[in-house]
Design a protein around this ligand. Structure first.
Ligand SMILES: [Zn+2]
Ligand SMILES: [Zn+2]
Length: 275
């Protein structure tokens, strides 16, 4: 299985996963031209995508789903609640929604609910384990807190994509600083159990699920690279340092890969990982 995070963060999320007989996207939240260009760098045409599976219906995860529908009639897999919100937000397209299947060609898909957002804006958020030829890829993002079920499913996956959205000390200081009063409601949501994982929560989660079999970790949905640097709540450097230090205590040294947010710079796709 090959995995490449085409883009990650509040300005757009899309991850490409390829097996011998399946080419899929998890989310299509970047502008369509960006997704198409980054797929082309991998030698893949957008019309070759067999399916899009959706984590949830926040706009940074669904932005270009309608364009895929209009151009190629790409099948989109999502639960009814996510489907409904996606259609409300994006409007009139020739939708090809399906209930998520457990198998797409040679790719096995295990989905499980995660706490994030509310039904009205997010639908029914899911995260995924994708399995092919015995190798497991865990796609964990946009969750305020991990669940016992998730720990069980993710443990020992060869590659784990997990959000490290914010550095607690940065958000805590903004919540004390009246200069950031306009962001307080948003930051309180981010730090809540229905928001995003912090660097510390990400490190703790990884220490519970990573094993010696876990060779690759993508740090995802990082709050960085905003056009106004004061909006950054994290940086890859800080997140990687914390995760690396924490995992070292458990004798674990997976390769930590960066994912990129579009913003002040265009960003770019991540390393392509094979498991
Ligand atoms: Zn998101
Ligand atoms: Zn979200």
């Amino acid at each position: 299985m090959q995995i490449c995070v085409l883009g990650s963060g509040s300005s757009g999320n899309a991850t490409y996963v390829e097996t011998e007989h399946a080419k899929i996207l998890i989310d299509a939240g970047l502008p369509f031209r960006v997704i198409a260009a980054r797929l082309a760098e991998l030698g893949v045409l957008a019309d070759q995508i067999d399916a899009i599976i959706l984590t949830h219906a926040h706009i940074d995860h669904i932005r270009s789903v309608g364009t895929f529908e209009r151009n190629f009639g790409t099948p989109v897999f999502a639960p009814p609640e996510t489907r409904k919100v996606t259609m409300e937000k994006l409007g009139d397209y020739p939708w090809n929604f399906y209930q998520l299947e457990e198998k797409l060609n040679d790719l096995e898909i295990v989905s499980f609910p995660v706490p994030h957002g509310d039904r009205r804006s997010a639908g029914r958020p899911l995260n995924f384990i994708l399995i092919s030829k015995g190798a497991r890829y865990a796609h964990i993002t946009d969750l305020g807190t991990h669940t016992p079920e998730m720990l069980e499913l993710v443990r020992g996956a060869e590659c784990i994509h997990v959000e490290a959205n914010y550095e607690e000390s940065i958000v805590a200081s903004k919540l004390r600083d009246p200069a950031h009063a306009e962001e307080w409601a948003y930051l309180e949501w981010v730090a809540s159990s229905r928001g995003h994982l912090s660097n510390t929560q990400c490190s703790e989660f990884l220490s519970m699920v990573a094993t010696q079999d876990t060779r690759h970790v993508f740090l995802a949905h990082l709050s960085e690279n905003h056009t106004q640097p004061g909006k950054d709540n994290n940086s890859f450097r800080i997140a990687r340092r914390q995760v690396t230090r924490h995992l070292k205590n458990f004798g674990l040294k997976p390769e930590i890969h960066r994912t990129y947010r579009r913003g002040a710079t265009e960003g770019r796709k991540s390393d392509a990982v094979r498991i």
